[in-house]
Write a protein that binds this ligand. Structure first.
Ligand code: GDP
Ligand code: MG
Length: 449
């Protein structure tokens, strides 16, 4: 996964908190591979990574994140932006009915979507009508009727007598049916009409013309282009053909329950500039959701909770303290008990350590220590350090037996607790020195105690 590969990249980066061109290039290379693995179209990947690289080069240095994390953050922000930034809701007509037309290749999931969308709308209090304007295959009308019945919404369908024929012939005029269906909806006061249309196995001029004619006849408020997320590298060509041939107002990504990482989403959004509005995630009518650009971005990146971690780290981290700490680490200056306390407090702010364990790339050796981390202990440590004199904090070597007893009394703890703290501090100090020599323990703000 990208997480694993970036972990390898992290290893070669010092935790120096500065974005060098080499750092950026190393990270961008991994991002490029991840996008290609996710089946994002090659030209889109090229353009995207070039934009990310440029932005990273001029990015402000973050105290909270290491260079690789900073690049990942930029990549994520750019992905979310291209995917539409935020969810775009259906736009309803000022005067009912709102007309929604579905377009896309055969098998894309249009008919299934018609059922899902009508069910969702019905549950929101709308009174949708489905119109069967796919007359390419005789059983397409039957299929829509079955879906409609499951969704509990009525269907406007032509020539019921012709249903069930198995020959592949056109059994009516789809443009006329679409127009009549919308008129019927207006008549019967349905506030939304969803017009299902025919698709072909590949992009086809006759099909495009038919869809364009239906569009012209019913002036839909929304034309939703349905595309199979598994389509991969073909997404750009298919979406471009539909954009040119029919034009659409929004995209629905179907079959997101499959293995596809969803690179098609990025390709289509980037190439067409149209928002992705819904995601279809299964064969059941309830396997349907509003599209969330941020969730899709992390799916494409395949970064699991790393993105969440970056967010948390940034939120929790005090940039100024980071700066000071980085300075200390970089210069190998002595790391004091006061610094140790600040670190522990930062970690507490980061939230439950145990939850974070699973999110951190490259934590290897720290895992055990983290597993034993108890947030209440930070409070204990705080009490102990506060009970020390400034001189003791600066130079813990002077803390002899009687001082230990005094500190324990003052902090309401035991001499054993004071001893343990001093041991932990010494270990942390040793680690900080190692980091200063360039061993590197990237990923954690200010290093780990
Ligand atoms: P249409 O030709 O565009 O109308 O596509 P259909 O709605 O008939 O769907 C084609 C096939 O894909 C059917 O077998 C559906 O059950 C299936 N399908 C549609 N949407 C999804 C989805 O989101 N996930 C999965 N797993 N299958 C889907
Ligand atoms: Mg269909």
């Amino acid at each position: 996964s990208l997480s694993d590969r970036l972990t390898a990249t992290f290893k070669n980066l010092r935790g120096r908190g500065r974005l060098s061109e080499a750092d950026i290039d190393a990270t961008v290379r991994e991002i490029r591979r991840a996008l290609l693995d996710a089946d994002v179209a090659v030209p889109v990947v090229r353009e995207f990574t070039a934009a990310v690289r440029e932005r990273a080069l001029s990015a402000e240095v973050s105290g909270a994140l290491n260079p690789a994390q900073q690049v990942v953050k930029i990549v994520n922000e750019e992905l979310v932006e291209i995917l539409g930034g935020h969810t775009r809701p259906l736009s309803f007509a000022k005067v009912a009915p709102t007309v929604i037309m579905l377009a896309g290749l055969q098998g894309a999931g249009k008919t299934t979507l018609a059922g899902k969308l009508s069910l969702a709308l019905r549950e929101q209090g709308h009174t949708p009508l489905l119109v069967a304007a796919d007359l390419q295959r005789p059983n397409a009308v039957t299929q829509l009727s079955v879906v409609a019945e499951r969704a509990g919404v009525p269907v406007y369908a032509p020539h019921p007598g012709n249903q069930g024929a198995e020959t592949d012939v056109v059994i009516g005029d789809p443009v006329g049916v679409a127009r009549d269906g919308v008129a019927f909806a207006r008549d019967k006061q349905h506030d939304v009409v969803i017009v299902d249309t025919a698709g072909r196995l590949g992009v086809d001029q006759v099909l495009m013309q038919q869809a364009a004619d239906i569009r012209a006849a019913i002036s839909p408020d929304e034309v939703l282009f349905v595309i199979d997320a598994m389509i991969g590298q073909d997404a750009v060509a298919t979406a471009s053909a539909f954009l040119e041939g029919v034009d659409f107002t929004g995209v629905v990504l179907s079959k997101l329950d499959g293995d596809a990482r969803g690179g098609a989403a990025l390709s289509v959004a980037k190439v067409t500039g149209r928002p992705i509005m819904f995601a279809s995630t299964g064969e059941k009518l309830t396997d349907f959701e509003v599209f969330h650009p941020d969730r899709m971005a992390s799916r494409i990146l395949d970064m699991g909770d790393v993105l969440t971690l970056i967010e948390q780290a940034e939120r929790a981290f005090d940039a100024e303290q980071a700066e000071k700490m980085a300075q200390k680490v970089a210069t190998g200056q002595d790391f004091s008990l006061a610094d140790f306390l600040v670190q522990m407090q930062q970690m507490k702010k980061l939230g439950s350590m145990k939850k974070m364990l699973g999110m951190l790339p490259g934590m290897g050796q720290m895992r055990e220590q983290l597993e034993n981390f108890d947030e209440r202990e930070v409070d204990r440590i705080e009490a102990i350090i506060h009970s020390m004199t400034p001189a003791e904090r600066e130079n813990p070597k002077i803390i002899n037996g009687s001082r230990r007893a005094r500190i324990a009394r003052g902090s309401g703890t035991t001499t054993t607790a004071v001893n343990q703290l001093l041991e932990r501090f010494e270990a942390a100090q040793k680690m900080m020195r190692q980091m200063a020599r360039g061993g590197g323990m990237p990923g954690m703000p200010g290093g780990m105690p």
